[in-house]
Design a protein around this ligand. Sequence first.
Ligand code: FAD
Length: 395
Amino acid sequence: MAEREHFDVIVVGLGAAGSSAVYQLARRGSKVLGIDQYEPPHTLGSTHGDTRITRQAIGEGDHYTPLALRSYEIFRDIEKQVGEKLLLVTGGLMISSTESTGVNQVANFFETTLRAAQKYAIPHDVLSAEQIRIRFPQFKVQDNEMGYYEFESGILKPEACVRANLNVAEKAGAKLYVNERMIEYSEDADGILVKTDKGEYRADKLILSLGPWLPEMVGEGLKSRFKVYRQVLFWFDCSDSYENFVPGKFPIFIWDAQGERDAIYGFPAVDGKEGGIKIATEQYVSEVTPESAERSVSQDEIDAMFEKQIVPCFPAVKRTCIKSAVCLYTVTPDAGFVIDFMPGSERTIVCSPCSGHGFKHSAAVGECVAELARDGRTTIDIEPLRINRGALVKA
Ligand SMILES: Cc1cc2nc3c(=O)[nH]c(=O)nc-3n(C[C@H](O)[C@H](O)[C@H](O)COP(=O)(O)OP(=O)(O)OC[C@H]3O[C@@H](n4cnc5c(N)ncnc54)[C@H](O)[C@@H]3O)c2cc1C
């Protein structure tokens, strides 16, 4: 039998996290192979839909802020290398109230955002409802609501970022095999063996950045720590007052749940007058797998989104849904990421930055797992993201 090619590191899954990891490994001189079952960027995982919010003071936990800040630096550097704009600063408005029932499955999102902004000296304003109405009249805020406005928040283009990561990774020497599916992996005294539907490869280390396919590949003992939920993105018509929704006039926003309304988030109109504005909410009710998830969006879902979430908040947005997309969240019991070695292993690394807020951190997450694979430790503190933290073990 022909000798199998040996790599320092194999990265399986080349979405947001994996494409960043292969780049970070290649630029450090590692012999790295990246494998993906499809041809990223694609629309079947967690990294599509034109835009992702980026922000710096992170309401999901102030330990994420160093990842966000480092990601800004890396994305800016990659922009220069590929000559393409990946990150558009639009400003960001987080709206909350004393009656709010949360966002992103995270209690105290607004308070944690403010605390992180203060701790890391992130430029921001705190706005009363009246000040929001004056500065951003597009938002129909209630009297009890308030705002946190962050100047450097903005938009990342997920598909373009993945393409750019893979481009700079290849230039730095990474090998990339796409349309090749990993069937299984194992460890022995010589290292890692990865079997795909096309071949077998050996490596010293393995990074599993499988997005919503991860639960199927981590074994029964860990599987229950990762649940996958179907989410829907909607683009609604704002053409009647398009000029009020363009970047510069309209920020990215995250608006806590209040009353009957769920938490919503959205983006300015980045795709011209006919492109609409993208607004979405989150659901954590029905678990799916990438194979079982319904990929089409029904008229009932569109109507419910418009009536329940948009009518109370954006009077100028019209009922016409220009397009919609289905995307998958991978969620842990405390809604945090997992970046760690597999329990009992010094070779296999689990990398799951989903839970609805992972894209903005993905550049730094790739760097962390590259450091973990090469040196066994990371520059940024990832202790809160360990796989055996209390909240995950109890689940
Ligand atoms: C609707 C939605 C909105 C979001 N909004 C935001 C936002 O505004 N801001 C933000 O920061 N984050 C946001 N996120 C989160 C962010 O997009 C994700 O955290 C991130 O994209 C996850 O990337 P990933 O690399 O883990 O997964 P993916 O990008 O899905 O990559 C996994 C890859 O692994 C490959 N793969 C899986 N199994 C195998 C196998 N056996 N063999 C080979 N290849 C395999 C897949 O083909 C896929 O390409 C959002 C997510 C969704 C779904």
